[in-house]
Design a protein around this ligand. Structure first.
Ligand SMILES: Nc1ncnc2c1ncn2[C@@H]1O[C@H](COP(=O)(O)OP(=O)(O)O)[C@@H](O)[C@H]1O
Ligand SMILES: [Mg+2]
Length: 363
């Protein structure tokens, strides 16, 4: 059977996995296309690693099927799948040199010596470890050890590379650099990457599509910008990026309009339908802060007192106490004169945003 290049490389259908009474993965279905950089993201314990291990064949689903490259792999063992898993704790052999570590899989596969040498060199160049062949893992930095693990997986030329929190042991600066490198590497080799991370910003910056998981289930699958700008539920809105949430109750008003009563925001009007409990949400960078009230139409605004200012150099988070609920957070970009604080704790300010920049959730 030949596969169409447009068919998904991975297709997961209704997969479940239970440990005792715990539903670790709850009826997950998704497809991943060839050449994608796909991320599984969600809070710790939501089932990401279990799902990835079912793709790798280290875990068997209780229900559902896993197809890889068009073939049903559900009962097939890890070494008979065209995938390779890079673990969180870089599993490198401490007693072997870098080159021996990288060559290991081909040696086990009894490939000819020349081929092993050539492919080892190629894999080391891909991860920028050429010249370090003879070193032992304990002579390498954490970042370099992770590259050894990557090279060891890539040398096998899998159709899909599975990466479980590959950067979580690295410090922030190195991690950012490695994120960019992984994206370049993926483009160079053209292999489908599926990465697991609990860090939503890592997923946003690296992946072209992201599945957000919560309590074993996939809540939304979308590209980074869509997840951020158009989350489909309160959980995704809150997990991806930072957001302000306001509880309220909606009543139908005019055609296609809602009137929402909220303790913090008062009575506001928005486009929308239906009635009942709602959560209105707005991202911090959509909020303007000003000393005067706004006069434009279709603006939502609320007055409050600056509670805290968190300065991050290029930008600051301003936390505004609106009298009820948690403080409202607004982002400001520090483009003005150096070191001059624009807003001070205790100051009274207006937070305002275009009504159309609000998101409305019913869950
Ligand atoms: N082998 C196992 N036996 C029992 N419980 C497990 C096992 N593996 C994972 N779990 C549980 O399943 C849930 C999901 O785990 P995991 O997939 O590792 O989450 P994540 O990778 O998102 O942090 C967790 O509650 C975890 O404790
Ligand atoms: Mg995990």
């Amino acid at each position: 059977m030949t596969q169409d290049q447009n068919d998904p490389i991975i297709r997961v259908e209704g997969v479940c996995k239970t440990f005792g009474s715990l539903r670790a993965v709850d009826n997950v279905s998704l497809s991943i296309q060839r050449g994608e950089f796909f991320a599984l993201v969600g809070p710790s314990g939501c089932g990401k690693s279990t799902l990835l291990r079912m793709l790798a064949g280290f875990e068997t689903p209780d229900a559902g099927r896993v197809f890889i490259d068009g073939r049903d792999m559900t009962g097939i063992g890890p070494n008979r799948r065209p995938v390779n898993l890079v673990f969180q704790s870089y599993a490198v052999f401490p007693h072997m040199s870098v080159a021996e570590n990288v060559a290991y899989g081909l040696k086990i596969a009894r490939r000819p010596h020349d081929e092993i040498a050539a492919r080892t060199q190629e894999a080391l160049m891909l991860v920028k470890l050429d010249g370090q062949e003879k070193k032992k893992p304990d002579e390498l930095s954490g970042g370099q050890r992770q590259r050894v693990a990557l090279a060891r997986a890539l040398i096998m030329r899998p159709a899909v590379l599975l990466l479980d929190e590959p950067l979580s042991a690295l410090d922030a600066k190195l991690r950012e650099a490695m994120q960019i490198e992984l994206v370049h590497l993926q483009k160079t080799v053209g292999i489908t990457f599926v990465i697991v991370t609990h860090d939503q910003s890592e997923a946003l910056s690296m992946a072209n599509r992201i599945a957000v998981m919560h309590q074993g289930a996939v809540r939304q699958i979308a590209g980074p910008a869509e997840l951020y700008e158009a989350p489909n539920c309160r959980f995704v809105a809150d997990f991806i990026g930072r957001i302000n949430l306001f509880e309220g109750v909606a009543v139908p008003h005019k055609k296609g309009r809602l009137r929402i009563k909220s303790e913090v925001l008062g009575e506001i009007e928005l486009d929308g339908q239906g009635a009942g409990a709602v959560t209105l949400a707005v991202r911090p960078e959509k909020i303007q802060i000003s000393r005067e009230a706004q006069t434009q139409e279709d603006t939502i605004q609320v007055r409050g007192q600056v509670a805290d200012v968190a300065y991050y150099g290029g930008y600051s988070n301003i936390f505004i106490d609106a009298g009820a609920g948690p403080p409202i957070v607004a982002d400001i970009t520090n483009t003005g004169s150096a070191g001059v604080p624009r807003f001070l704790p205790g100051e009274w300010l207006w937070c305002s945003w275009r009504a159309s920049d609000s998101l409305l959730f019913r869950d």
